[in-house]
Structures are given as structure tokens and as C-alpha cells.
Write a protein that binds this ligand. Structure first.
Ligand code: HEM
Length: 363
């Protein structure tokens, strides 16, 4: 049967329909692009960022593509009420939140010698009995070398070893620092901050800015840190001995066998004019700092045994009362962590350097 009349309608409405269809497809395509992790300028994606990170280490299937050497920790967080004037998040009232966390070393090598890595991390998943969740990943460095995903990508690429010699490329790093002077300034701050002797007496900084929303709807831009109750002690030369390969993790396990470890969550409040979209820019030291609660870690377990291995410590998993700021690194992190998770989840789990002989007290 021949097609009936509507098909032979005049060209104008047909073109209009086609335009509408194209517009709808474009909207879907943009939404898909966002979900798929395109991160704005120059088509940078979470996958491209993870590819670049992977190129800085030998392949280690089953492991995180950054912060690969780590251990699961568990415990709880208790708000002391002092955060409630800044944020309505229930974590700041005196409720106890259960914690599954991860202490780790930056870089893609899960068997690296502890002392050779300048960046240690503490990631936390806090959960309330009503199911609310807050995830955060913090590093023990004084801020961040760069402020945009594109700059981080260029930094990762400048860190790629020379393919011929396997050695670092100082010229590439010099060229990078010439383009991003804030990275050189960060390098100076890093050199000036002494390293501690243990995961347990280290301070971990959230680095990115967030927005606390109070019950009266007022909005406060903040950064946060976990500061240890144990006093700072400097790392010793013995940490560089070959026998001290897993020394930071061994030390953590010994300390946890002896009793719980504690940190305080310190919130720093931005003043007008402080940038919340530039992680490389420190805020002046006189900003208001509020101790909003205490973290207690009671146990640890190797990744294959523990419950942190399959958690993505995405900084955008936030409870009601805490929101993302305009910091562009946040969505880049969220996207890259999801890619890293998808890759490792599709591979057989690797053997942890911190085996069960060492990691006894399971979370
Ligand atoms: C655009 C910049 C960044 C990229 C592309 C990036 C990438 C990654 C990736 C791929 C992972 C592994 C995630 C997983 O497999 O679960 C990771 C882990 C981590 N990153 Fe980033 N990162 C960035 C910036 C930052 C910043 C600013 C911080 C600030 C504190 C940070 C802290 C951490 C921490 C603590 C972990 C370890 C989390 C864990 O133990 O699971 N990262 N990063």
C-alpha cells in the first residue's frame, strides 16, 4: 500500500520537525557527554586523565590508578555540635557516624617503598543510621599544585618518564612550571613542610573548597582538614632503609593493636575575596577555624579482606547541608575516580603489599 498523504506535507513543517529532532538529540548528546565525563575545555575526559595517570606507572591490574598502595581502616566520627551554625548536616550534631576509610600513598604503584612517596592520603566514607553519606579524600600536602583539570593533566603528562631511558624529564617539568607559576610556589611550600613519622601523627587536608549550608539557608565557603591528636614527630633517616619498605603501614597496624587513633575535623571558613575555585591558592592563615568533631579509628584490614576496596571516595558524595563549590577540580575528580573504579572492577583483584599476616584487626 502506498504511503498516505501526511508524508507528502509541505517542506517547511518537515524542516521544522527535523530541527526540533536535531535539537532534542543535541540536548541528549550534551547530557550524555556530561555524564560520560567531558570536563569542559579541549575535550578533556575522566578517561583521558586516568590514561595519563596510568602512563606514569607499570600496569597493576585490579588496583586504583592513583593512590594504589593502601589499607582499609574503620571506626567512627562524632560531631561536637560546633559545626551546626555553619551547616545543617546531621554529621555535625552529636550523632555517631560509622566510618570505612582508607590510608594510602599517592601514585600508581601498589608495592612502592613508603618513604619514597611524598603524598599520603586519608579517605573516609561516613554513614549515619538513616543512610546519609559523606565521602571525602584528603592529602597530607599543603594545598595543591594546580587549580584546573587541564593544568593537572599537563602536570601528569610532564611527569611521564622518558620512553627511551625511563628517567624523569626535567625539561618537561620546567616548561610546565613556566606555564603554571603556582605549581612552583606549591613546590616551595611542600619543601618547607616537614614530613611526619607516621600515618597516625599526620594532618590530612581536603584541599578543595565546599559550601556549608546552615539551617537558616546561609552559605559558607569552607575547606577542611583532619588534625591528629598525637603530636607531630619528624620522619627519621631509618625510614629510607630498604627494610622499611612497608614501615608506615607496619607502624599503623602496631599502633592500632595498642588502641584507637584520633583526629579532629577542623573547618576553615573563607572570607570575602578568598578564592573557592582555585585549589592552588592558599587562604590567609588568620581565617576562622572551628573544631567540629572527632574521628576515631579502631581497626585496619588489607584491601582484599577489608570493605574499602570497592568504595569510590568521590568528593561529590555529600550529605544534605554540604554542597560542591565552584572548584573545577571537584567534577574532574568525580569523573576520574569513576573511570578508575570501572577499570579496576573489571580486573582480577591484585595482591596487596599489606598482607593479612600484617593487617590483623579487620574492620
Ligand atoms: C583533577 C585532579 C585529580 C585527578 C584526575 C585525580 C585522580 C585520582 C584517581 C584516578 C584516583 C583513584 C581513585 C579510585 O580508583 O578510587 C585518586 C585517588 C585519590 N585522590 Fe585524586 N585526583 C585529582 C585531584 C585530587 C585532589 C585535589 C585531591 C585532594 C585531596 C585528591 C585526593 C585523592 C585521594 C585522597 C585519593 C585516594 C582515595 C582512596 O583511597 O580511594 N585528588 N585520584
Amino acid at each position: 500500500m502506498p504511503p498516505s498523504t501526511p508524508r507528502s506535507a509541505s517542506p517547511a513543517p518537515v524542516l521544522l520537525k527535523l530541527a526540533i529532532i536535531a535539537l532534542v538529540l543535541l540536548i541528549f548528546a550534551s547530557a550524555f557527554g556530561y555524564a560520560g565525563g567531558w570536563l569542559g575545555s579541549r575535550g578533556l575526559t575522566g578517561s583521558a586523565m586516568v590514561d595519563a595517570l596510568q602512563a606514569n606507572a607499570d600496569p597493576h591490574p585490579g588496583f586504583r590508578r592513583n593512590h594504589a598502595k593502601g589499607i582499609c581502616v574503620s571506626g567512627y566520627f562524632e560531631g561536637n555540635g560546633d559545626g551546626a551554625r555553619l551547616s545543617s548536616a546531621e554529621f555535625f550534631t552529636a550523632t555517631r557516624a560509622q566510618v570505612v576509610g582508607r590510608l594510602a600513598l599517592a601514585g600508581g604503584d601498589p608495592y612502592v617503598a613508603d618513604d619514597s612517596v611524598p603524598v599520603r592520603s586519608l579517605a573516609l566514607q561516613l554513614r549515619l543510621p538513616d543512610g546519609q553519606e559523606w565521602r571525602t579524600g584528603m592529602n597530607d600536602i599543603p594545598g595543591f599544585p594546580v587549580s584546573t583539570p587541564q593544568a593537572f593533566q599537563e602536570l601528569t603528562e610532564a611527569s611521564h618518564p622518558d620512553p627511551q631511558t625511563g628517567k624523569p624529564r626535567p625539561d618537561a617539568m620546567k616548561a610546565f612550571q613556566a606555564r603554571y607559576p603556582e605549581a612552583a610556589a606549591f613546590g616551595e611550600r611542600l619543601k618547607a613542610s616537614p614530613r611526619s613519622s607516621s600515618f597516625a601523627n599526620d594532618t590530612y587536608n581536603g584541599i578543595n573548597a565546599f559550601v556549608f549550608v546552615a539551617a537558616d539557608h546561609r552559605r559558607h565557603r569552607v575547606r577542611w582538614s583532619m588534625e591528629p591528636e598525637l603530636p607531630f614527630a619528624p620522619r627519621t633517616a631509618a625510614a629510607a632503609e630498604p627494610a622499611a619498605r612497608d614501615a608506615l603501614f607496619d607502624d599503623l597496624l602496631t599502633r592500632l593493636d595498642q588502641g584507637p587513633l584520633h583526629w579532629h575535623l577542623i573547618v576553615t571558613v573563607a572570607a570575602a575575596g578568598d578564592a573557592s575555585d582555585r585549589a592552588a591558592e592558599p587562604w590567609p592563615a588568620d581565617r576562622e577555624r572551628i573544631d567540629v568533631g572527632r574521628l576515631t579509628l579502631t581497626g585496619a584490614s588489607s584491601e582484599p579482606q577489608g570493605s574499602c576496596r570497592d568504595i569510590v571516595y568521590d568528593p561529590l558524595v555529600l550529605p544534605s547541608g554540604i554542597e560542591a563549590s565552584d572548584d573545577p577540580l571537584l567534577s574532574a575528580r568525580s569523573s576520574a575516580y569513576a573511570v578508575s573504579y570501572r577499570r579496576r572492577a573489571g580486573e582480577p583483584p591484585g595482591d596487596s603489599a599489606i598482607n593479612d599476616r600484617k593487617a590483623g584487626s579487620a574492620p
